[in-house]
Design a protein around this ligand. Structure first.
Ligand code: AP5
Ligand code: ZN
Length: 217
């Protein structure tokens, strides 16, 4: 199965994708994570992506598609994937359709996480991630039990993202409204769109998503 998580920055795509991975054994494919890894590794794609990501713009379709295509071909993806932060443009959505067609697959559901633009800025500004195992936290909404220590793995390596500052967040939000929001119509017209109120607590949102998935699989 193939599930897509759509939503503006801070909507909870990464948080929910990780939960879906745990609950349903799907593989989380985050183009944001893949791009951050390319930046950290200093690959050619990473060098090109870095200034764009720091400014809060969208990385070119060419770079994103190359990275995604490679990851999607890995054997573990055969058990099903949840796409987190991809597609983000109509060209990406069309390319995804072609990739899936070629392997006899199609999209089971596109889940739109709907949030209030102002409140999502609060979510992003408190975000931190365990540098060791990748578990996500939030200073207010999901603090670790012991300050700066990961509940899941015990590491004391909380990291904060370079693009999580107020200025970049506004650019990311603009990019979402201009280039990604039109995909809601794209998937709506195909009858696979589910809109979820993502202003609720993490577990409530997770249950609402799980309900749509049970209906689809
Ligand atoms: P990406 O990494 O995808 O970032 P984003 O879309 O800005 O989304 P975020 O990761 O900020 O938010 P999220 O929705 O995952 O929220 P999270 O679960 O962390 O992309 C980064 C950049 O890479 C882009 O700007 C672009 O440059 C580039 N890029 C990536 N993909 C691309 C593509 N396909 N094409 C072109 N460029 C691309 O939650 C946020 C915080 O809130 C966390 O602290 C969490 O604990 C907390 N939280 C989550 N849910 C709740 C809740 N229900 N209640 C309270 N707190 C919550
Ligand atoms: Zn950890």
């Amino acid at each position: 199965p193939v599930f897509i998580l759509l939503g503006p920055p801070g909507a909870g795509k990464g948080t929910q994708a990780r939960l879906l991975q745990e609950r349903f054994g799907l593989v989380q494919l985050s183009t944001g994570d893949l791009l951050r890894k390319a930046v950290a590794d200093g690959t050619e794609a990473g060098l090109k992506a870095r200034p764009i990501m720091e400014a809060g713009g969208l990385v070119t379709d060419e770079i994103v598609l190359a990275i995604l295509r490679e990851r999607l071909a890995a054997p573990d993806c055969a058990k099903g994937v949840v796409l987190d932060g991809f597609p983000r443009t109509e060209a990406q959505a069309e390319a995804l359709d072609r990739m899936l067609d070629a392997s006899g697959q199609s999209i089971d559901a596109a889940i739109s996480l709907e949030v209030d633009d102002v409140k999502m800025v609060l979510r992003i500004s408190g975000r931190m991630t365990c540098g060791s195992c990748g578990e996500g936290y939030h200073e207010t909404f999901k603090p670790p039990r012991v300050a700066e220590t990961c509940d899941a793995c015990g590491a004391t390596d909380m990291t904060r993202r370079a693009d999580d500052n107020a200025k970049t967040v506004m650019s990311r939000l603009d990019a979402y409204h201009a280039q990604t929001a039109p995909l809601l119509d794209y998937y709506g017209a195909r009858g696979v769109l589910h809109r979820i109120d993502a202003m609720r607590e993490i577990n409530v949102v997770a249950d609402a998503i799980a309900e749509t998935m049970v209906g689809e699989t």
